[in-house]
Design a protein around this ligand. Sequence first.
Ligand code: CMC
Length: 429
Amino acid sequence: MSETRDTLTITDNRTGRTYELPVEDGSIRAMDLRQIKVADDDFGLLTYDPGFKNTASCRSSICFIDGDVGILRYRGYPIEQLAESSSFLEVAYLIIHGELPTPEQHEQWVYEITHHTFIHENIKQFMDGFHHDAHPMGMLVSTVGALSTFYPEAKGTGAETRHMQIVRLIAKFPTLAAFAYRHSIGMRYAYPDNDLSFAGNFLNMMWKTTELKYEPDPVLERAMDVLLILHADHEQNCSTTTMRVIGSSDADPYSASAGACAALYGRKHGGANEAVLNMLQDIGSVDKVAEAVAAAKAGEYRLMGFGHRVYKNYDPRAKIVRELAHEVFDITGKNPLIDIAVELERIALEDEYFVSRKLYPNVDFYSGIIYQAMGFPVSMFPVLFAMGRIPGWLAHWQEHVLDEEQAISRPRQLYTGADERDYVPLSLR
Ligand code: CMC
């Protein structure tokens, strides 16, 4: 009886040699290709993968996505159940620790986060130094990085040190985010209120004016919490990969988080929901939607908030955000852009161009509409994304530094430059 083995047989037609490589978890090890050489002094075969479109850079047990079906799970729990029944801090615990907390663990976790929300007064002064109309995301990138100078012990490698920085980063992100916003509009900072929930306190720091005690609307507080849950992790995306790459050099987690924020700042990543809002505003009314879809099909522009590298089905987060939008509008009043968005989705999902390319709404399609209805300016959209994503970044950073198979991230290149040549003095050029 012939035995089937999980291997890949490669014949190198340059030499006629055959190699058998093990296949594990549907992958081969790139380093196994290095034995494939044309001469003894040959470096060995490399893989070339711009954009890492087909490279698994780690083993991870944090987040599972099945893009063909439209499934997203954190540590095995479906995103729909977490959005329905959990809270952002509980999800943060789950993502970082791998299991849902017991009631005691939950209480301790919430207590710790709540009691680290304040930032050093010098950070506030640092914030004051920004230009009056500085972009809040630029301020977030800088101040998160600056935190590393306040906690030099963060470079340590012990479990307790790691835990402390994880707590600080999750706790201080909303404070930095809200302070950045208040600075950008020239408004006095509102300090954290430890009586409020994580989301409620964030809304307090954003919107508190002259009232003695800010009381968040429970529907908006819950909506904020759900939006944070939906953004908490999404496996090896650009910013998470950045977090891992920086962490791989043993940089502290504040510096790594600043890098992750910077990666998120770009419009191909955390900036897409702003682009959706601009697009809907440009379309202007429901009767112009068909025209706009035709222009996108003709390649004049891309429908923002449509399509995803991984999801080739409806992004499960987009479904939840769409439902949430109506609950928010009951409180804030309807954002008229929702009618344009719903019509756009209806037409696109019936159109052969979008159907054949498997282009569905992604999480950014509806989130900007909710944020706008809640009063957030578009410049805050990537900041809100970062606030939700910080537990995911930290969980990946921790997983990476504890993974004995990992080494400093250092890809190879295919050199395309000049061969050796002699320097020519300036006077002779
Ligand atoms: N509108 C119109 N056509 C599109 C769109 C779109 N939004 N997205 C992809 N296509 C077409 C594209 O022109 C190409 O067509 P063809 O095969 O005829 O050349 C085909 O679909 C495949 O596109 P691709 O660029 O190879 O796909 P990708 O996986 O590299 O890109 C994407 C994924 C998200 C960058 C892209 O779909 C896009 O630009 N979407 C709009 C921006 C957006 O919503 N980004 C948010 C992503 S989710 C949140 C996050 O990750 O931060």
